[in-house]
Design a protein around this ligand. Structure first.
Ligand SMILES: [Zn+2]
Length: 114
């Protein structure tokens, strides 16, 4: 279950960004080539963050499609099974997107001013 390793890495990144503030939510973009199952990631995240300042943080996950560009410059998105042939000209295309694992933003508890 590589979601545990990803969650551990993610917890490190998020807690560095949040400092000693409690984290409410984490917004992620994950490319489909990462083979991440969102529910599994949420479960792993809840295990990894239990008892920490991240324990209440929910994950909001956007799944990004695999994107291809062929030698002729046609761009396409892969829907379903990974096929590297350009749907327009049939040439073998290069993968230009789909491997993302990006923290888009982090919502933290606001500090009281008194
Ligand atoms: Zn093409």
């Amino acid at each position: 279950m590589h979601e545990v390793a990803l969650s551990t890495q993610l917890a490190g990144v998020v807690s560095r960004a949040a400092g000693d503030r409690r984290v409410l939510s984490v917004h992620l973009q994950i490319g489909q080539l990462r083979q991440v199952v969102p529910d599994t990631l949420r479960y792993a995240w809840s295990m990894v963050t239990r008892g920490t300042l991240l324990a209440e943080a929910s994950l909001s996950i956007d799944s990004l499609p695999v994107r291809l560009t062929c030698p002729a410059g046609h761009c396409s998105e892969v829907d379903g099974e990974l096929d590297l042939h350009c749907p327009r000209c049939g040439e073998i295309a290069a993968i230009v997107g789909g491997e993302e694992f990006t923290v888009v933003d982090i919502e933290v508890e606001s500090l009281s001013v008194d």
